[in-house]
Design a binder for this molecule. Sequence first.
Ligand code: NDP
Ligand code: OXD
Length: 308
Amino acid sequence: MTFVYKSDPVRGLEWARLFAEQAPDIPFRIWPDIGDPSDVRYMAVWEPPEDLAGRFPKLELVFSAGAGVDQFPFHILPDTIPLVRMIEPGLIASMVDYVTLAVLTLHRDLLTYISSQREAVWNPIRVYPASRRRVGVLGLGNIGRAAIERLRSIGFVCSGWSRSRTEIEGVTCYAGSAELHTFLATTDILVCLLPLTPETRGILNREVFSALPRGASVVNAGRGGHLVQEDLLAALNSEQVSAAVLDVCDPEPLPSDHPFWRHPRVLLTPHVAGMTQPETAVAAVLDNIRRHREGRPLNGLVDRSRGY
Ligand code: NDP
Ligand code: OXD
């Protein structure tokens, strides 16, 4: 009943140590050293091999090495084998840190100060309290809700938008496309924490930017496919959108001549907003293996018809 890990090999060594300590009965292997494929029961993988099910005939359970599963082609996995996305506190905490950093960067006009500094210009801008800034979060899942909790503790006024109706105390929550525009109209800093699905692809587009108050700003820590890049450039150029913090783009990496690299009102990071942390991820994975063995519900089971 081997567990195969196919993702960042450096963190894989930490997974191996943690498995040896906490689950010595489960042989742990790092791709491509997989041993006998017919011994493999479990796998944690970011980009799966095309012939996944054929190569591992006794596979019982597959974990995405991250929270997203848009990189996973569902058709290669029979419906009988559950696919589980990563829900683990270390990854969530790193995402919350990034979203906080991005929102504060925009709230405190840091991109303007970086440009001013390069030009040796002393240019103070009026400071407003966080309580005057409305942050709207697209996606109220594990990460969106945790980010809102932190932002509210700083004083930001938060609202959120999701597919199904969600209630969060002290937060105005909107649901479905019918309520998207009302949500956007009251959002100064828009944060995308959605999964990438056919419904959410291209959601950060001209129509959405126009529905924001003039001068609003945008954070995308979901997926590059959420953003229509030319629409953001147009919105930045017309100053409908004042600035953007982007952790994800399409393609990754962006070509070196892409205008985002040098745009003074874009802050770009190389898809590092959150990272699965071995210590907490291994605990979450082992918990799910126990659940699977005992026939209990899995935490983070992907609904392939919804795409997340
Ligand atoms: P969850 O599955 O827990 O939450 C997803 C949320 O998005 C839910 O609230 C869901 O609504 C909502 N949603 C999905 N589809 C729609 C839709 N069509 N319209 C409105 N709302 C929708 O995901 P996580 O919070 O764990 O992760 C979110 C995403 O963050 C990941 O899928 C990934 O893309 C991104 N991510 C990025 C990282 C980075 O480093 N940049 C790292 C980790 C994650 P409902 O509640 O109704 O289901
Ligand atoms: C994830 C990611 O989905 O790192 O976990 O993007």
